[in-house]
Design a protein around this ligand. Sequence first.
Ligand SMILES: Cc1cc2nc3c(=O)[nH]c(=O)nc-3n(C[C@H](O)[C@H](O)[C@H](O)COP(=O)(O)OP(=O)(O)OC[C@H]3O[C@@H](n4cnc5c(N)ncnc54)[C@H](O)[C@@H]3O)c2cc1C
Length: 357
Amino acid sequence: MIHTDALVVGAGPVGLFQVFQLGLLGLKAEIIDVLPHAGGQCTALYPDKPIYDIPGVPVCTGRELTQQLLIQAAPFMPTDAPGAPPRNLHLGHMVSELRALPEGSFEIQTDKGLQARARSVFIAAGAGAFVPRGLNLPGLEAVHNLHYFLPEQAEAPMPWAGRHLLIHGGGDEALAAALDMAQHPDPAQRPARLSLLHRRDQFQADDELDKQVRALMAAGQIELVVGMPVAAQVEGEHLTALQILGADGQTRTQTLDHLLVRLGMSPKLGPLTTWGLTLERKQVAVSTASFESSIPGIHAVGDINTYPGKKRLLLCGFHEATLAAHHAAATVHPDAPQHLLYTTTSPLLHQRLGVAR
Ligand SMILES: Cc1cc2nc3c(=O)[nH]c(=O)nc-3n(C[C@H](O)[C@H](O)[C@H](O)COP(=O)(O)OP(=O)(O)OC[C@H]3O[C@@H](n4cnc5c(N)ncnc54)[C@H](O)[C@@H]3O)c2cc1C
């Protein structure tokens, strides 16, 4: 059981900025996301697309914004060693339960058994927990060579090194994974054979990705399999082949060693609807003074909340996280003075940020 000041559900851009704002106010936070990486929609949906409306940042990609938010929050996301993941960032965990305790704090539980308690909660859950679109074929429940994510660390050993990898999908995620694997900087980590399975010979991907994948196809480094998977052949816990229905109405057997399904992500509101919060059109209703929900102590920030005039923009989420942090600080430490301090001039904030002035 982790005991802390604040729990942040969702490590999207707003959840990351929430940790930063809480840290400035002297509140420790734990942050949890079901995805294997931080950044929410910015990294899951548009990592390489430009964003033009962050104040003071004329242009940056979704991935770059996430990196900058992680660097900014780093003083409040301690690691065990340089380059190690932050101790208070829990990735790959779906927050399944949230309940209020009689003494005024809250407890959460994740699907992987992580439990944490805090005086305040910040729901930064966006459109819901991002889960990969699955391949719904019978028999795949227990197979161990079916993957939805690439290994978290780019330098980690690839499970399909030297084997036949079949990637399923025709969008940005599938094509980017095919390129990354075909051109892995360590040739020993590349698959011996790489196939891309898509329902037709045209991709729904970024032009540049499309061009690069087609060049590798022409060079014989990626082979395209056109059709729809309709059945799986499984031996024990091993998927050995897919039955593919082609446009000609014929079903063919496609053998494989590993299957990587990259059909995109879909957000699931799921557990959040059972936490007793007042929802309006599947969003958490909040006060615009505090961004507190109908349950005192539980705040909702970013795309997950709703109030009159709400706009689902990053800038608005950052503002909400700032006011929510100030509200929680006053509640968690009611006796502490709540002066507004500037990061430019406050020695206390410099100390918290670990900067020398
Ligand atoms: C294509 C596209 C382009 C965009 N361009 C712009 C732009 O130019 N400018 C702009 O201002 N905005 C833009 N947006 C909107 C912007 O991305 C969102 O406003 C922003 O991502 C919201 O951030 P968030 O942190 O609230 O939610 P998200 O980014 O959705 O992050 C929420 C996170 O919470 C996690 N989560 C949810 N529930 C749970 C749970 N129960 N357990 C664990 N984890 C959970 C999710 O997995 C997710 O990672 C764009 C959006 C899209 C789709």
